[in-house]
Design a protein around this ligand. Structure first.
Ligand SMILES: Cc1cc2nc3c(=O)[nH]c(=O)nc-3n(C[C@H](O)[C@H](O)[C@H](O)COP(=O)(O)OP(=O)(O)OC[C@H]3O[C@@H](n4cnc5c(N)ncnc54)[C@H](O)[C@@H]3O)c2cc1C
Length: 320
């Protein structure tokens, strides 16, 4: 919660046209601030990888966020028959090739989920788990994501809704929370939350959850709304059942773009870009499925490449 507020301060300072030294804003925080990068790439699918490779060739400093398993979508593709260079390849094989290329190119992936990005004229601050990273530009390569999550989720973000167990879990010591777990790889975060909270209502999007803890009640129906006006007071399930909770965690492999970066122009679930992959926010670019159809690897790779070149131009214009 503290970190979210700090990111809000960052925006407000800029709005007042006050040139603040935002390095100093963090002095009393427990988080780590990493040096400023040329580019923060969010997403480790084909679009993010394509951009990372080109930016590396141009010697740009990169911080690259995603999961070490790379793109789930590519992994799930049984047979890919329309990607140039391969007559037929399975998604697993292609991801393996991507992984090898990452290693050969000497690229590093930060296995963290980005939950918020803030910006002012000095650049961007990216919140990932419990750390803030600074970058001059940002590339969103986050794949296609449902527009807004469930009802009232965005409105109560920071007021009981959280996307980050590590950042906010301690606030719910001895309390009752709900957790939406969108992938097995987040189960350790559910266990961590269950250690802190008194009671956890858990909904998983998959069937073979390994979580079996006395204070965790598994919900059979998904959540359809977060309840509360100024702060989270409960959740509502799709069968109309209402459950009182103090906090609601959503652990997903992606967060809606307009939630991650306030003020970003979207059209439904898609980020609006021009042919240069520029968004409406200066220094922020987007590529791949997140910019719209067709949802294809070739399009993602192509846009990642365009975005990378435009980022290089943007950075060089900034220097002059
Ligand atoms: C079953 C299936 C079959 C398909 N078959 C084909 C095919 O035959 N040919 C074809 O061309 N395309 C196919 N596709 C589509 C193709 O997989 C996508 O178009 C492509 O993966 C898009 O790449 P991307 O990089 O834009 O997004 P993605 O591949 O979705 O990658 C986005 C990445 O960003 C990460 N991410 C998102 N938000 C955050 C965040 N906040 N912080 C950190 N990381 C984040 C995600 O975890 C993900 O790894 C198929 C898709 C599916 C699901």
């Amino acid at each position: 919660m503290k970190l979210y507020n700090k990111l809000k301060d960052y925006r407000e300072i800029d709005n007042k046209n006050y040139v603040g030294d935002y390095m100093n804003m963090s002095n009393n925080e427990s988080k780590k601030i990493i040096d400023i990068y040329d580019v923060a790439i969010i997403g480790a699918g084909p679009a993010g990888l394509s951009a990372a490779l080109t930016l590396k060739v141009h010697n740009k400093s990169i911080v690259w966020f995603g999961t070490n398993t790379l793109s789930d979508k590519v992994e799930k593709s049984e047979k890919i028959a329309n990607y140039a260079g391969f007559e037929m390849i399975s998604g697993k094989e292609l991801n393996e090739k991507f992984r090898n290329q990452i290693n050969t190119a000497g690229l590093e992936l930060t296995d963290k989920m980005v939950t918020q990005i803030s910006h002012n004229k000095n650049g961007y601050m990216v919140l990932a788990d419990n750390e803030i990273y600074k970058a001059k530009t940002v590339l969103l390569a986050i794949g296609s994501v449902p527009a807004k999550g469930i009802k009232n989720e965005q409105e109560l973000l920071g007021y009981g809704v959280s996307y980050c167990a590590t950042c906010d879990g301690f606030l719910y010591k001895g309390k009752t929370i709900s957790v939406f777990c969108g992938a097995k790889r987040y189960e350790h975060e559910v266990e961590y939350l269950a250690e802190l909270a008194d009671k956890v209502y858990l909904y998983t999007t998959y069937n073979d959850s390994k979580i079996d803890l006395p204070n965790v009640e598994v919900l059979k129906k998904p959540m359809r709304a977060v309840l509360g006006e100024k702060k989270v007071e409960g959740i509502e399930l799709t069968n109309g059942t209402k459950i009182n909770v103090d906090g609601a965690f959503f652990l997903r492999s992606a967060v809606a773009p307009s939630t991650v970066l306030k003020g970003l122009e979207t059209n439904g679930a898609h980020i609006v870009v021009n042919r240069n992959c520029e968004t409406n926010i200066s220094g922020c670019f987007a590529a791949g499925d997140c910019t719209g159809r067709p949802y294809q690897i070739a399009k993602a790779v192509g846009e990642g490449n365009v975005a990378a070149h435009k980022i290089v131009e943007y950075l060089s214009a900034e220097k002059q």
